[in-house]
Design a protein around this ligand. Structure first.
Ligand code: TMP
Length: 211
């Protein structure tokens, strides 16, 4: 198995953006090249985190307060980081995350209008120094994303209204403005194949630049 400097790549986007498809394709591509690669989804990726996921996405939990929601996302994330991500990075492997802290800033910060400062304060405790080398944002207009979800049974967050989703998308675009060098922004209306080529081009660049 090829080892390199540890690499953390996160994928972000609104529900129905197509990010999970891209994340899985990159995973298979890198596995095929002989790298040690792990793919985890958020919330989830460990036994405990998957249980937290069930609570978060259960449509019966309408009474959940925005702060409880935010803390549960970070609880799931901290468990994933401690149990899986840090050990994999310490072994010099590649970790792909289907969502990470930007999701909380976009959904709970911008979507739910929680204070961004409080989110970053909790992030400091929950994720410490763990930070993505690259974040791939699949930016997709609401209308396109919604047509892709037409036949899905929606979870608690997916069932939110259009204003919430628009604020979330705008939240992502604000994050890109704040830290442009970390992001690759893709147009989610492009074909799966074209997006895959764009992801690979950027990841190849990153792999080539590693010491
Ligand atoms: P998924 O459908 O991409 O697996 O994500 C589950 C849902 O949780 C999705 O609607 C986005 C939402 N979410 C947040 O609201 N905040 C977060 O921090 C994360 C990771 C996901």
């Amino acid at each position: 198995m090829k080892t390199i400097r540890p690499l953390l790549i996160s994928f972000e986007g609104i529900d129905g953006s197509g990010k999970s498809t891209q994340c899985k394709m990159l995973y298979h591509e890198l596995i095929g090249r002989g790298y040690g690669v792990h793919l985890y989804r958020e919330p989830g990726g460990t036994g405990i985190s998957e249980k937290i996921r069930d609570i978060l996405l259960d449509r019966e939990n309408e009474a959940m307060s925005p702060i409880t929601e935010m803390l549960l996302y970070f609880a799931s994330r901290n468990q994933l980081i401690s149990e899986k991500v840090v050990p994999a990075l310490e072994r010099g492997e590649i970790v792909l995350l289907d969502r990470f802290v930007d999701s909380t800033v976009a959904y709970q910060g911008h979507g739910r209008s929680l204070s961004l400062e409080s989110i970053w304060n909790v992030a400091e405790v929950a994720i410490g120094e763990v930070w993505p080398d690259l974040t791939i944002l699949v930016d997709t207009p609401l209308e396109t994303a919604e047509t892709r979800m037409d036949d899905r049974e929606l979870d608690r967050l997916e069932a939110e209204n259009a204003d919430f989703k628009q604020r979330t998308r705008n939240g992502y675009l604000q994050l890109v403005k704040d830290e442009p060098q970390r992001f690759l922004v893709l147009d989610g209306r492009e074909s799966i194949d074209k997006l895959k080529q764009q992801v690979l081009a950027r990841v190849d660049q990153l792999l080539d630049s590693l010491p």
